[in-house]
Design a protein around this ligand. Structure first.
Ligand SMILES: *Cc1c(COP(=O)(O)O)cnc(C)c1O
Length: 468
């Protein structure tokens, strides 16, 4: 084993990576190998002497065409999964080559400064106060955890309890209020924070999945003491936004902390279309925000962003100190103050690269193009007899229903997945099976959208013929 940079090996990996990227458009979008097939190809007793580096890389690459999903390709519409902009992938390769521990300034001044700038750009782009705390975390799950940890600290600090020192045992009770439609990662974050899930009071949502502000007001009127409200910008099924202005009014009147999960929806703030931007009106009044960069910004996995209005509460909830840690006393940024991680990847670097390369126009175009593709697919599908669009298409999400029986929708989804032209999944919306389309990749062209609609319509016609 040599510590020399191994040009031949990295060139080989580079060639494999390019082959994978060039293959994304033509291949089946779904994976084609089973677990058993992949195990048969990859499992071996761990050898005593080890194996040749190049052979190991070749072996891994050989399984990519059938074992990966083309989720960074242009016709992947499953879950909410962004693609990868070339510039963010290139920046991510630099991150791996640099191998910086981006936890504290002293281990990587460059990464610290790049993340500081990227954080400022994000606040500017989202129209949030410039002095918010910002942490680059692994995803919106951890961004929700970080925001809610700051919330837990903040609401208890206001009643004279230091949760970081004294924990939750014996602490004043915290009321947690969330939309009936909140994302599961809110519940998981509350579990990690020792608040549990049974304490969560659920506020009714309307037919589009938006929290009802009248129901929130009625709920808050029954609660006294430290309170955290979790709203969302971008329902994972419909893309709808809770009415954040009215919710902020209610929280302000009650003295409650308002956290917003905007995993993909916060990007609506960067749109050039006033109607799309208006979806998030009021979001600037929130106390903490969670979003993803690996979804709409199309940076590689993994990258989420936690933002907290009160830098003091954010820092108090996250910071680590130890005698051997050389932490800065000046303006330099130590990432450990803003994220749950200690050692960490320099995941803000691809964010910097993407934002700088796209500029405001490029980011607005990225947001608006994906919304337009979602509307294009919804409009085309709605023209087919027996197909219904279940919710208003306000952003990049579309919910589709086929025929009358849940089974027909499920069979259409399975048929589309087997066909391989595109990939999308299912959900249950208001008690009924639905297909979910999420347009989250910068590379999805109008033609990709049209080809995907054709594949979906073909599958539906086949299913409806065989059920009649
Ligand atoms: C995807 C998503 C999350 C979780 O984000 P991860 O990046 O997967 O951790 C949370 N909330 C919403 C609304 C989401 O769409």
């Amino acid at each position: 084993m040599s510590l020399q940079p191994c040009d031949a090996l990295l060139t080989r990996a580079h060639a494999h990576a390019l082959e994978h990227l060039h293959g994304l458009d033509a291949r089946d979008v779904g994976a084609r190998a089973t677990r058993d097939e992949l195990l048969a190809a990859l499992r071996a007793p761990l050898s005593q002497p080890g194996e040749d580096d190049a052979a190991v890389i070749d072996l891994l690459a050989s399984q990519a065409p059938r074992g990966t999903v083309a989720c960074n390709g242009p016709r992947y519409f499953g879950f909410v999964v962004g693609g990868t902009l070339p510039v963010s992938l290139a920046a991510d390769w630099l991150v791996s080559a640099w191998d910086q521990n981006a936890g504290i300034y002293v281990i990587s001044p460059l990464v610290s400064v790049v993340e500081e700038i990227a954080a400022d750009w994000l606040l500017d782009l989202f129209g949030l106060p410039p002095d918010c705390g910002v942490g680059f975390v692994t995803g919106c799950q951890m961004a929700n955890l970080t925001g809610l940890a700051a919330a837990r600290h903040g609401v208890l600090r206001r009643v004279g309890w230091d949760v970081e020192v004294d924990g939750l045992q014996g602490a004043p009770r915290i009321h947690v209020v969330a939309s009936a439609e909140s994302h599961i990662t809110i519940d998981v974050a509350l579990r990690y924070l020792g608040l549990g899930t049974s304490c969560v009071r659920r506020v009714e949502a309307d037919a589009q999945g938006r929290m009802r502000p009248d129901a929130l007001r009625a709920m808050l009127a029954t609660l006294e003491g430290p309170t955290i409200v979790c709203a969302q910008a971008g329902n994972v099924n419909t893309g709808s936004f809770d009415p954040l202005g009215e919710i902020a009014d209610a929280c302000q009147a009650h003295g409650a902390w308002l956290h917003v999960d905007g995993a993909f929806g916060l990007w609506a703030r960067a749109s050039a279309d006033a109607r799309i931007r208006a979806l998030a009106d009021g979001i600037e009044r929130v106390d903490s925000w969670a979003t993803d960069a690996h979804k709409w910004l199309n940076v590689p996995y993994d990258c989420g962003v936690a933002i907290v209005r009160s830098r003091e509460d954010h820092r108090a909830a996250m910071t680590s100190t130890a005698a051997y840690l050389v932490q800065t006393k000046g303006a330099e940024r130590d990432a450990v103050d803003w994220v749950p991680d200690f050692s960490r990847r320099a995941r803000g670097v691809p964010v910097y690269a993407a934002l700088r390369a796209l500029g405001r126009d490029g980011i607005a175009d990225l947001v608006d193009r994906l919304c337009a593709r979602a509307r294009q697919m919804a409009d085309a599908l709605a023209r087919e007899p027996g197909v219904a669009i279940l919710a208003d298409v306000v952003l990049n999400q579309v919910l589709v229903r086929f025929g009358d029986e849940d089974d027909a929708t499920r069979r259409v989804i399975a048929a589309v997945q087997a066909d391989g032209t595109c990939w999308l999944g299912g959900t249950t919306w208001q008690g009924r099976a639905a297909m979910r389309i999420s347009v989250s990749n910068y590379g999805t062209s109008a033609e990709d959208a049209a080809r995907s609609v054709d594949a979906i319509v073909r599958a539906w016609r086949q299913v409806s013929r065989t059920t009649r």
